[in-house]
Design a protein around this ligand. Structure first.
Ligand SMILES: Nc1nc2c(c(=O)[nH]1)N[C@H]1C(S)=C(S)[C@@H](COP(=O)(O)OP(=O)(O)OC[C@H]3O[C@@H](n4cnc5c(=O)[nH]c(N)nc54)[C@H](O)[C@@H]3O)O[C@H]1N2
Ligand SMILES: Nc1nc2c(c(=O)[nH]1)N[C@H]1C(S)=C(S)[C@@H](COP(=O)(O)OP(=O)(O)OC[C@H]3O[C@@H](n4cnc5c(=O)[nH]c(N)nc54)[C@H](O)[C@@H]3O)O[C@H]1N2
Ligand SMILES: [Mo]
Length: 765
């Protein structure tokens, strides 16, 4: 490789966190023009009387901590509390076609939306509309449909419990379960996979468990960027000598070394703490093989120990009392060869055995995982094999042990809990009937992929989005954006302008809402909302900044406005009463979901309260009443012989983005500055292709489900420490390469992290 690197590609040797993080925050405060107000805002994040950080779903030490510094939390907050505004004059100046040509970063960077707007096709511009008129058009549009199943209702995971609950009430009273949500693209494999394994689709650990664990296994998540407050936990565990075993194709900096901005010595001496004690660079999509390999090694150790007259290394007492299916699992693992395991995972038998040995030696183990596990065509199986691994030694349902999915959006878990689901349970339907006196339909609704398919074929004609950037976040994003243009009614409730808003249908409304940091005053005074974190803790959140404009409304207010205009007084639902005082919404949540008993009192206690997670107490709400060892498919090649030369593309978040929100163009820890048009590839793969770092390349996906060409052009190849056969690029740019049909059959989670592609010299942009 030549010593001259491509533009903006520089080694970054500093640890994650530390002074680099402090500098980055100062920069984002200045850029969003919130220097004085902004720094005060940061101090209110995750405080008992403050707001819940919109950055991630990692819990706080009982929400009573002193200010915990977090670079990307700070970015999320300053991005929302920016002084920049997008008033009607902005839209008068810029046509929608013009805005379409802007970069996603530029669109959101204009600032907060201020007025309800409607698209005018004659001028190709958004123009202001009164709130009541907007609601009237929505009611008219929804009531004009032949049946309620022709409408889709999307939720992105920032919506509070109160907003999400009202949204599902509105939609169920209207008559459908079409609830695509961001979870369908995220942890659906967890929500679908874990209930079959352990009876609950949520994590089983509490933050305190990390103080007691003896080992942490980390699969496919990048906490230094996406769950930065988790770094405090990992930092502490590493300093306590707890082995942290990482499985990730990329050597993520924060998992290697981290300097805690909370640690005065590390800051003063520019030192840091090593995090991972072993780093296994598994191939993209290789986790199923790696997990089977670890289990194979565990069974081998168990056989050896028993042959020598010992009791073996499995927790037999736990397995006998609490589980079913061990023999099937054992048979499946026995039939899986080491050859297949090492070929698929890219990891040696010795490496996997060493990981297994750490697991066996540790009394209490926590396994953490993120999108590297779920976003695969076998995402559900990945999650279930991880659960198997833990069950083998009784590592679920006791102190210091358990499974820890790292949730995405700050309230994505809560939205699910309060009823955002396309497959309602009988308990949910019964609860709704108890609380509101009508029985909603039980008919299965659409998930995100099904929603887009229905919009594409014209079966669905209306889409209402409670936040998010659905078509851009979805696979085949260009197809999804086209599907948006076919809609009769398209409504976006948003804080900031994004590309979804620029693919108008017949009637298109853009409704600006308050964010987490904003003060929300209703008829009954200032309101708090509530959210649920990754560990099932529910707590209150109250914003305190004056609204960006007086014309903004809260999400519950907008949902109630749409509901009244659509439903009139159907079922006698007291929309105004609930809106005036969110306690009344919570009273209803409690009627529907008894687990929220005494909601208003308990959520006012310091730190809030925890929802019941049966598996944490070894109560298994599976069909058999036991925890289940489940088998997964074999490790044979998925691709036809002609496609075996394919590389597997995985798609990543940079350090400067929040999903489709691009804060900036750097990805500091990976040494990328001022650009995103790069593909990370192993130097040997580049060489084998007859190319060199810095070459412009085209990437074409291989998908046999249809004859569409899926391609991105003129990306710069960056030689990177990534396993041969795997390449990586940024989400959402890469989404045009992911086929809508390429998803986990069980959960519908798109295979964003395992896209078979070919790389060729670029034919030009
Ligand atoms: N600042 C910030 N915070 C966020 C977000 C954000 O965009 N920005 N997004 C939020 C949301 S919605 C979510 S879901 C979470 C996402 O949090 P993560 O799950 O951390 O998200 P990703 O960036 O998608 O990266 C996953 C990691 O998996 C690795 N990986 C890729 N493919 C594979 C594979 O096949 N196997 C394994 N073992 N690893 C793999 C990647 O190298 C990367 O380190 O973060 C939340 N928090
Ligand atoms: N290739 C690839 N694609 C992916 C992923 C991947 O890893 N790779 N990850 C997937 C995952 S995990 C997820 S969760 C999805 C994310 O999908 P979404 O949740 O749909 O997308 P976001 O980018 O988080 O949405 C950003 C928009 O939300 C709006 N917004 C921000 N805050 C608020 C608020 O408080 N209220 C309201 N009403 N609106 C608000 C703003 O207008 C902003 O433009 O993307 C998925 N897509
Ligand atoms: Mo997510």
């Amino acid at each position: 490789m030549s010593s001259k690197r491509p533009r903006g590609i520089e080694p970054y040797d500093a640890p994650a966190g530390g002074w680099g993080a402090l500098r980055a925050v100062a920069k984002s405060l200045a850029h969003q023009q919130v220097v004085t107000q902004g720094s005060a805002t940061l101090l209110k994040a995750n405080q008992p009387d403050g707001f819940d950080c919109p950055g991630c779903a990692w819990p706080d030490p009982k929400h009573t901590s002193s200010f915990e510094f977090c670079e990307n939390g700070a970015k999320a907050i300053t991005w929302e509390s920016t002084a920049k505004r997008v008033p009607p004059e902005f839209f008068a100046l810029h046509s929608v076609s013009e805005l379409w040509s802007w970069h996603d970063h530029q669109l959101e960077d204009q600032g907060r939306l201020t007025h309800p707007m409607i698209y005018d096709a004659t001028t190709d511009r958004y123009k202001p509309i009164a709130w009541d008129e907007a609601y009237r058009l929505i009611g008219e549009g929804l009531n004009a449909l032949e049946n309620p199943h022709q409408a889709e209702f999307y939720t992105s995971g920032r919506a509070s419990n109160e907003a999400a609950f009202l949204f599902q009430l509105f939609v169920r009273a209207y008559g459908t379960n079409n609830f695509p949500d961001c979870s369908n693209m995220c942890h659906e494999a967890t929500s679908v996979g874990l209930p079959k394994s352990i009876g609950v689709g949520k994590g089983t650990v509490l933050l305190e468990d990390f103080d007691h664990c003896d080992a942490i296994f980390s699969f496919g998540h990048n906490p230094g960027t996406n769950h930065p407050r988790m770094m405090a936990t990992l930092h502490e565990a590493a300093r306590r000598g707890v082995p942290i075993i990482v499985f990730n194709p990329l050597k993520e900096r924060a998992l290697q070394k981290f300097a805690s901005p909370q640690n005065a010595v590390e800051m003063a001496t520019f030192s840091s703490t090593p995090i991972a004690s072993a780093y296994h660079q598994v191939k993209a999509g290789g986790d199923l093989a790696a997990l089977k390999g670890m289990m194979k090694a565990i069974f081998e150790r168990d056989d050896e120990a028993r042959a020598a007259g010992g009791v073996g290394v499995l927790d037999r007492a736990f397995i006998d009392e609490h589980t079913l299916g061990l023999d099937d699992l054992r048979r499946d693992i026995d039939e899986t060869s080491w050859e297949a395991i090492t070929r698929k995972s890219g990891l040696s038998r010795a490496a996997l055995t060493s990981a297994a040995d750490v697991y066996i030696k540790s009394e209490r183990v926590i396994a953490c995982y993120g999108m590297g596990i779920t976003q695969h065509a076998h995402g559900t199986e990945n999650v279930q094999q991880l659960a198997n691994l833990l069950l083998l030694r009784g590592n679920i349902g006791r102190e210091g042990a358990g499974i820890c999915p790292l949730r995405g959006h700050s309230n994505v878990q809560g939205d699910r809990t309060v009823g955002i689901t396309e497959v309602p349970t009988k308990a949910l339907i019964d609860g709704m009937e108890r609380a509101f006196g009508f029985r909603p339909t039980a008919e299965k609704g659409h998930n995100a992929v099904e929603t887009i398919e229905a919009m594409r074929t014209g079966a669905s004609k209306a889409l209402i989005c409670l936040g998010g950037n659905l078509p851009v976040a979805m696979p085949d994003s260009d197809v999804c954006l086209e599907a948006m243009r076919k809609l009769d009614l398209s409504v976006h409730i948003a804080t900031k302008l994004n590309r979804s808003h620029l693919a108008p249908g017949r009637v298109t409304l853009l409704l600006p809402c308050l964010g987490r940091t904003d003060l929300d005053v209703q008829a009954g005074g200032p309101q708090s909302v509530t959210v649920e974190d990754s560990m099932s803790m529910v707590h209150a959140s109250r914003g305190f900044l004056n609204a960006p404009a007086e014309t903004l409304r809260s999400e519950p207010a907008i949902v109630a406005g749409m509901a009244k205009a659509t439903l009139g007084d159907r079922y006698g639902i007291d929309w105004d009463g609930m809106l005036a005082n969110y306690d009344r919404i919570r009273d209803k949540i409690e009627v529907v979901f008894p687990d929220f008993r005494d909601y208003n009192r308990r959520v006012r206690a310091k730190g809030g309260f925890r929802l019941t997670v049966g598996a944490s107490d070894r109560r298994w709400n599976t069909e058999t009443g036991k925890a289940m060892f489940l088998t997964a498919r074999g490790l044979e090649e998925d691709l036809p012989v002609a496609d075996r030369d394919a590389l597997l593309l995985t798609t990543l978040r940079s350090h400067d983005q929040y999903n489709t929100t691009i804060y900036g163009m750097d990805d500091r820890y990976r040494g990328v500055f001022g650009r995103r048009d790069v593909i990370f590839i192993n130097a040997k793969d580049l060489q084998a292709l007859g190319m060199a770092e810095g070459d412009l390349i085209d990437v074409t996906s291989i998908w046999r489900g249809d004859d569409r060409t899926r391609m991105v052009k003129a990306y710069t190849a960056v030689a990177y420490d990534i396993p041969q056969g795997s390449i990586a690029g940024y989400y959402p740019e890469m989404n045009v390469l992911v086929a809508l049909g390429d998803h986990d059959p069980e959960s519908g989670t798109p295979a964003y992290k395992g896209v078979p592609v070919r790389v060729t010299p670029s034919q030009g942009a």
